[in-house]
Design a protein around this ligand. Structure first.
Ligand SMILES: Nc1ncnc2c1ncn2[C@@H]1O[C@H](COP(=O)(O)OP(=O)(O)OP(=O)(O)O)[C@@H](O)[C@H]1O
Ligand SMILES: [Mg+2]
Length: 227
């Protein structure tokens, strides 16, 4: 094992639909070390979600290489990748992706149940995460009964449930007003103090202050110069 959590070389992802080729990522060389807090900053369409999906083992590259926790993600089948994700990666999606038929508390507990945790441990962890995101009072509410910011806080709690060493967050403040966005930033600050590896895709400049490293993604290419 190395201290590198993510290593990509000449990573490319392109999409082809009806003969139209979209080069979403072009020759990405990126190394993220354990404990890094990396912000990927860039305009809409730059390729941020595409990059997080590749790192999160939700998608595979067109060409190039990607290692996450020393695993070459191109080489595994979906069953292995599902287990790999559950053990290593927490994902906060751009559109929350909470399960609408489960309460806030059930959304958080779900991954722990799949991982076979004992009920009292699930309960304790779930309560402590609800407290961390300040939503203990709303634990029996369904996603549709929560505001966008509250859903996003539950999405963070869910992503952290299995204690993954790597957290990926896609535009976590993107749909929120300034004040609600600050609550998310407070949660990210706390996660940062816990020494997790965090990669955040954003076009919110306030998030850049939290980063140990900020990278700019534009037209599918990565630079360390912020524009
Ligand atoms: N499944 C797909 N099929 C076809 N094109 C896609 C697909 N996913 C992404 N793209 C294209 O790849 C490019 C990068 O998209 P991506 O969603 O990664 O951008 P983004 O930086 O996350 O943008 P935003 O800030 O709006 O979320 C865009 O041109 C997009 O249209
Ligand atoms: Mg996106």
């Amino acid at each position: 094992m190395t201290d590198n959590v993510v290593v990509t070389s000449s990573l490319c992802r392109q999409f082809e639909i009806d003969g139209v080729v979209v080069k979403a990522l072009q020759n990405i060389d990126l190394t993220v070390e354990a404990g890094d807090f990396v912000c990927i900053y860039g305009p809409s369409g730059a390729g941020k979600t595409t990059l997080l999906n590749l790192i999160g083992a939700l998608d595979k590259p067109s060409t190039g290489k990607i290692l996450v926790f020393d695993h070459d993600l191109r080489t595994y089948n979906e069953d292995f990748l599902a287990t790999f994700r559950a053990a290593h990666i927490g994902f906060v999606f751009q559109s929350y992706n909470l399960i609408s038929t489960l309460t806030a508390s059930e959304n958080i507990s779900f991954a722990m149940e799949l991982a076979g945790w004992k009920n009292n441990r699930i309960h304790e962890r779930s309560e402590s995460l609800l407290k961390m995101v300040g939503l203990e009072q709303r634990k029996n509410h369904f996603p549709a009964q929560l505001s966008g910011g509250e859903r996003q806080r539950i999405a963070f709690a869910r992503a952290l449930a299995n204690e993954p060493p790597l957290l990926l967050a896609d535009e976590p403040t993107g749909n929120l007003d300034i004040e609600t966005g600050l609550e998310i930033i407070r949660i990210l600050e706390q996660i940062k103090t816990e020494g997790k590896t965090v990669i955040v895709a954003t076009h919110d400049e306030k998030l850049l202050n939290l980063a140990s490293r900020s990278l700019c993604l534009k037209d599918g290419r990565l630079t360390d110069k912020l524009e």
